[in-house]
Design a protein around this ligand. Structure first.
Ligand code: AMP
Ligand code: ZN
Ligand code: FE
Ligand code: FE
Length: 284
């Protein structure tokens, strides 16, 4: 089997979800900072894989096909990064189809609520969303920016789109244990994204149940992770010899995150590749 080459960034978004650039541009941005291996991890979709593989290959980079699967535990949104799974697996497909359908009606409902107080219609959101993309609050944010109501996505998320706002609507998202199990079932490798972010440390019981379901590790290198939750997870991964990744969560112009700002050690990338049975890396 050919070898991948580092440095490796395992978490990037394109306009197939809420990144602002098509997959080929994302690959070019990754290449420009010297990355050798990248994963495209759009929310709840694999539709960008083909374009990303072609672009990565022509730039001499290895592509790890991936996805960021939406899940929820009580009030807390949990993102499960999934690598090298079978994109046709029926369980996982059913799950992502359901999430994506819910995201669409949820975005429409939020747009309607916002439209009662602001001059904003569904067409404004469509204008910010690539055809077939997984829609999310970032597209609503972009529509609010285009209308001049906010300066950027950050301001929209802090106010109009905040979960505490009257305009906010929840999306359907599976329990994290169900999400992890679906990824494993599809031959993939599940890693919890930004696990020490805004919500603080994940409950112990949830972590244990996710590990029993086949959770492989944690994205400890991510700009949103904070102490003391990060320290607790460092102790856990060394005790249980789990996989640790580091990634940028690049969203094009949609976030300040830059490709390669965190990277994943070669040994960890190898472990992900060896553990997966659902699909293979695409070598240049
Ligand atoms: P949603 O899944 O539709 O509820 O939206 C959550 C997405 O919005 C996540 O994928 C984040 O990447 C993005 N997001 C969250 N907060 C911000 C922010 N302050 N600025 C830009 N994007 C954000
Ligand atoms: Zn996102
Ligand atoms: Fe995320
Ligand atoms: Fe992400």
């Amino acid at each position: 089997m050919p070898r991948f080459r580092g440095p490796t960034d395992l978490h990037l978004h394109s306009d197939h979800s809420d990144g602002t650039e098509p997959p080929a541009r994302v690959m070019a941005a990754a290449h420009a900072v010297g990355l050798g291996t990248v994963a495209l991890t759009d929310h709840d979709t694999t539709s960008g894989w083909t374009e990303a593989a072609e672009a990565a290959g022509s730039l001499g980079m290895t592509l790890i096909p991936g996805m960021e699967l939406s899940a929820r535990h009580e009030w807390r949104s949990i993102h499960v990064l999934a690598y090298l799974f079978d994109p046709e697996h029926p369980n996982l497909r059913a799950l992502t189809d359901r999430i994506r359908r819910s995201r669409l009606t949820r975005a429409q409902t939020m747009a309607e609520r916002i439209g009662r107080d602001y001059d904003l219609t569904w067409d404004d959101i469509l204008a910010q969303t690539a055809v077939g993309a997984t829609v999310g609050r970032p597209h609503l944010a972009d529509a609010l920016v285009a209308r001049g109501y906010v300066q950027d996505r950050g301001e929209a998320f802090a106010g109009i789109l905040h979960p505490g706002s009257d305009y906010y609507v929840d999306l359907y998202a599976p329990d994290p244990v169900t999400a992890v199990a679906a990824v494993v079932d599809a031959g993939g490798v599940p890693i919890i994204a930004h696990p020490a972010g805004r919500g603080g440390l994940l409950p112990d019981g949830l972590i244990r149940r996710m590990l029993s379901a086949g959770l492989a590790g944690f994205e400890l290198g991510h700009r949103e992770n904070r102490e003391p939750a990060l320290g607790a997870l460092r102790a856990l991964v060394s005790e249980r010899d789990l996989i640790v990744t580091g990634s940028s969560d690049y969203h094009g112009l949609g976030k300040p995150n830059q490709p390669g700002e965190f990277t994943t050690a070669d040994a960890m990338v190898s472990r992900i590749i060896e553990r997966a049975t659902g699909s293979a890396p695409v070598f240049p």
